[in-house]
Write a protein that binds this ligand. Structure first.
Ligand code: COZ
Length: 371
């Protein structure tokens, strides 16, 4: 069909203004409200990041304490979510279960604009829902979290019942900070589009989970871990990388639409992984990194290549003791802070999202008369 262009990836299309995250792909830089994200991940915690994204500024110590207490109270207000968890079929993957869980959380949430309480409940939901879902499916009772925990520690406690190792907790919290938001990525665009119709924030976040589930977006970290298992030892990295290309598949954890070269979060995650991952696992990962970048440059010399956020995230999540099937929903747990921040911004300047498309189908024609 002449001029037939499939709906592309909206590359280069500017859909509006946002004051939340500045993705400078050409420079390999990333900022939340003007602060460097890799630097933030080494100096502030999760609740400070949520405050920055949702309310626009880093909190004072007192504001951070109050938000930590508020989110803990929201987690406790959810109870053990047993009715929601029992309503989800056992064969649903954790990401599919989270998609449904958010949807059930939002039953009755009609009315526009969404409230701050809804945003806080959405942020507080995954660290209760995911551990309780996992323990329910493993025939273990849900665990009540001790007083005074931040969200990252509460997540690990509810999963394991153990006080997390400080180094691993710090690495997991830094991972949460690094992936909390990323500008107008696919899932955020979906969330803002859903809310723009005056639908509710839970429907928007549930739709965003559906988008993040895809391996081209947020579904990759568990696939990276699977690939490293398949490689096994560093000396087999080149062979498995080439086999991936031979099968016409993609190397999980490599490449990014916004960055021509390395994702700035990948550098920070490599440091975090080196601090917490077993040395032999790190050696396999570094061998795959080298072989993958070399192969991508050979197969696609038209552009520079780098890792994206998912590659070393897999080692950080493994070291934190997160079960592999929970890797993608753990990414969603962190990205919920970004999604609700964008929903708040969308609601403040809302306009129904309704783009145009270039029609390339048949010209108008008469309806055939029935025989
Ligand atoms: N491994 C192998 N080939 C890759 C590749 C990868 N990781 N990423 C892109 N390519 C290839 C594509 O197959 C395509 O080749 P053809 O033109 O021959 O079809 C070419 O490079 C360009 O691909 P695309 O237009 O999709 O690039 P874009 O920059 O838009 O894609 C994404 C970005 C993230 C989709 C990416 O490169 C990818 O698929 N990564 C693997 C999945 C992943 O890590 N997802 C997490 C993202 S944070």
């Amino acid at each position: 069909m002449p001029g037939d262009r499939r709906v592309g990836g909206l590359e280069g299309v500017v859909v509006g203004d946002s004051s939340i995250t500045d993705v400078r792909g050409g420079e390999g830089k990333l900022y939340y409200r003007g602060y460097s994200v890799p630097e933030l991940s080494g100096s502030v915690g999760w609740e400070e990041t949520v405050h920055l994204l949702l309310r626009g500024e880093l909190p004072t110590p007192d504001e951070a304490r109050r938000l930590r207490e508020t989110l803990a109270a929201r987690r406790r207000s959810l109870g053990d979510l047993a009715p929601v968890i029992r309503a989800i079929p056992p064969e649903a993957t954790p990401m599919e279960a989270l998609r449904s869980g958010f949807s059930l959380l939002g039953r009755g949430w009609d009315g526009f604009p969404p409230t701050e309480e809804m945003f806080e409940l959405l942020v507080a939901f995954p660290p209760v829902f995911l551990p309780n879902l996992w323990r329910y499916r493993n025939h273990e009772a849900p665990l009540a979290e001790p007083e005074g925990l931040g969200q990252a520690a509460a997540y690990l406690w509810r999963l394991t019942g153990l006080a997390p190792d400080p180094k691993r907790l710090q690495a997991l919290e830094a991972y949460f900070v690094l992936v909390a938001d990323h500008g107008m990525n696919a899932s955020t665009f979906v969330a803002r589009s859903v809310l723009s119709t005056w639908s509710d924030a839970a429907s928007a976040v549930s739709a965003a989970v559906g988008s993040l589930k895809g391996p081209l977006h947020g579904g990759a970290p568990s696939l990276v871990a699977d690939f490293l298992d398949r490689v096994g030892t560093a000396d087999r990295a080149g062979e498995e990388v080439e086999a991936t290309f031979t099968r016409g598949e993609r190397l999980m954890g490599f490449g990014h639409r916004a960055y021509r070269g390395e994702d700035p979060r990948a550098r920070r995650l490599r440091e975090l992984a080196r601090a917490v991952a077993p040395p032999e696992r790190m050696a396999v990962a570094e061998a795959v990194e080298r072989a993958g970048l070399a192969a991508l440059s050979r197969h696609h010399p038209e552009r520079p290549w780098g890792l994206n956020v998912e590659f070393y995230a897999a080692l950080v999540l493994e070291a934190a003791g997160i079960p592999r099937p929970l890797f993608p929903p753990t990414f969603a747990l962190a990205r919920t802070a970004g999604w609700v921040s964008h929903l708040k911004e969308q609601a403040q300047h809302n306009r129904l999202v309704r783009p145009e498309v270039h029609y390339v189908g048949p010209a108008p024609r008469p309806v055939p008369t029935p025989p």
